[in-house]
Design a binder for this molecule. Structure first.
Ligand SMILES: *Cc1c(COP(=O)(O)O)cnc(C)c1O
Length: 380
């Protein structure tokens, strides 16, 4: 059984993807081909942002955004403690201090209350200047943007939406990748919309920031790549990846996203009233793109038993994530004292992500749930 269904997806889209790839090969415009510009227009229209600038990967997208805001030494950037490393790596890479913030147990997203506490702590106890909130749409569900925006306004902070896992999600009819002052996503193959290698994108309504980021991702170009007016990086989406993404975006919009939501619903129904694992909470009015379907086990022992039982039945499962950001050795030198991560601590020993993708069948979900329910009944 596949965890993310990338093989099944290719078999379904093979004819279109093969012809898209071979067109790029014949045109030989491997960098900045027409497909890149077309894709950027389609992505911007889909998420409802004025500008989309594609780039090399989701991590670069975060770094480019922070560079456009001139974030660096002496700045505090608030980052959820329970996320993929890159969310904290990007500000640290630029010399800023990531201040990690506890999350909610049920949605896995940043706790707005803990966020305000961390901002106040930083103002009162450090000489850092609070600048940016990086909000992560973890496992596909948008973070609490109405709450986050209130804190941002109150303390004059910018919001950077890390929608690497969130592409396709929504709050009401407002789409993920449109909630930040700048928003970013990743096209890493296993993300909700993935390409066949690395890729990423930045979204914003600001003409100024868009222009800056277009320059920063091509060596700080001015009028041309050979007229360099600032220090930037080399971070572009390959034309082949853009061509693949055009095909995949069509399927994503047409049925893949909806299908993932039906699969998630099926899981939640199967587990309801069993009291064996806690199913993920989607806030009312929120829509998830289901980058992961993550349940919370009773304890580490039960999780171990479930994982082993699934493995015996040829079913893959994964633990996202095994530690909080504040526990990562890479951040040892820049921990500034603020320490309250009880929900992250609770989650890292209990979360378990189960197979979910548009091509998995209901029958397979039933098998997975039966295996889990049988194991946990036998246990405590
Ligand atoms: C995957 C991911 C990234 C980084 O994306 P890459 O394309 O792998 O660089 C950043 N943030 C989050 C939350 C992610 O899941």
């Amino acid at each position: 059984m596949e965890f993310r269904g990338l093989k099944a997806q290719y078999q379904n889209l093979k004819t279109k993807i093969d012809s898209a790839i071979s067109k790029v090969c014949s045109d030989a415009a491997f960098i900045s081909g027409t497909e890149v510009e077309e894709l950027e227009k389609q992505l911007a229209a889909y998420v409802g942002a004025k500008h989309c600038i594609t780039c090399g990967n989701g991590t670069d997208a975060l770094v480019l955004s922070l560079m456009a805001w001139d974030i660096g030494s002496g700045d505090a950037v608030f980052v959820p403690d329970f996320t993929f490393f890159a969310s904290g790596e990007a500000p640290a890479f630029l010399g800023a201090v990531p201040v990690f913030v506890d999350v909610e147990k049920d949605t896995f997203n940043v706790s707005v209350q803990a966020l305000e506490e961390a901002v106040i702590y930083t103002i009162n106890n450090t000489n850092l200047t609070p600048k940016v909130i990086i909000a992560v749409d973890l496992f596909g569900q948008p973070a609490d943007y109405p709450g986050i925006r209130k804190i941002a306004d109150k303390y004059n902070l910018l919001v950077l939406e890390d929608a690497a896992q969130g592409f396709g999600g929504a709050i009401g009819n407002k789409m993920a990748c449109s909630f930040g002052d700048i928003s970013t996503t990743s096209f890493f193959p296993a993300k909700p919309l993935g390409c066949y290698g690395d890729g990423g994108a930045v979204f914003t309504d600001s003409d100024n920031w868009a222009e800056l980021i277009r320059s920063l991702c091509v060596h700080g170009k001015g009028r041309s790549k050979y007229d360099n007016i600032r220090i930037g990086m080399n971070s572009r989406l390959d034309t082949i990846q853009a061509a693949i993404l055009q095909v995949k975006l069509e399927a994503f919009k047409k049925y893949e996203l909806e299908r993932c939501n039906s699969i998630a619903k099926k899981y939640t129904e199967m587990f309801s009233n069993t009291y064996q694992v806690i199913t993920p909470k989607i806030n009312s009015g929120y829509y998830s793109s289901w980058a992961q379907y993550t349940v919370v086990c009773k304890n580490m022992e039960q999780r171990k038993q479930i994982m082993a039982g699934l493995k015996n039945n040829g079913i893959p499962s994964m633990v996202y994530y095994t530690k909080g950001m504040h526990e990562q050795d890479a951040f040892n030198d820049i921990i500034y004292g603020y320490h309250d991560y009880k929900n992250t601590q609770y989650l890292v020993s209990r979360v378990l992500s189960l197979p979910i993708h548009p091509y998995i069948e209901y029958k397979q979900i039933e098998i997975i749930c039966d295996v889990i329910l049988n194991i946990s009944k036998k246990g405590k």
